[in-house]
Design a protein around this ligand. Structure first.
Ligand code: CDP
Ligand code: MG
Length: 136
């Protein structure tokens, strides 16, 4: 029962640009997440490339890194029971078109690339991603 976890969440440039960050933060809070740390930053392209290194062989890698570094993002450590899975469910499918009703990507996502939020996909990657942004 007790499986308190942390996960990394990013509100991506398309959502920050539309001033949706407070609204999306409220969705996390209303769904039982605690926001342990947060910061608004703008990445350099080489930092986005490092963050998304797992996708470096994918055809969309360059555009993805250009996009993530195109404007301010809000990075957060979220905490909850089963935070990783719970956040993925609340975010919805990668393509907003496929995301279920009530999910963040369904509500705010514009397209598969501008899908408003990032969330860690495993507990292990959550730790790596949290360190990436918050370890000094
Ligand atoms: O973000 P998520 O874990 O749901 O998806 P991913 O497969 O890890 O892909 C990372 C990000 O790359 C996605 O959130 C999309 O913004 C982008 N992407 C894309 O632009 N085109 C694709 N065909 C797949 C992903
Ligand atoms: Mg992913």
């Amino acid at each position: 029962m007790n499986n308190l976890e942390q996960t990394l969440s990013i509100i991506k440039p398309d959502a920050v640009e539309r001033n949706l960050d407070q609204e999306i933060k409220n969705i996390f809070l209303n769904n039982g997440f605690k926001i342990i740390k947060e910061k608004k930053i703008k990445l350099e392209k080489n930092e986005a490339e490092k963050f998304y290194k797992v996708h470096e062989t994918k055809p969309f890698y360059n555009d993805l890194c250009e996009y993530l570094s195109s404007g301010p993002i809000l990075v957060m450590i979220l905490e909850k029971e089963n935070a990783v899975l719970s956040n993925r469910e609340l975010m919805g499918a990668t393509n907003p078109k496929d995301a279920k009703e009530g999910t963040i990507r369904k509500k705010y996502g514009i397209s598969i690339d501008k899908n408003s939020v990032h969330g860690s996909d495993s507990k292990e990657n959550g730790k790596i991603e949290i360190d990436f942004f918050f370890k000094n």
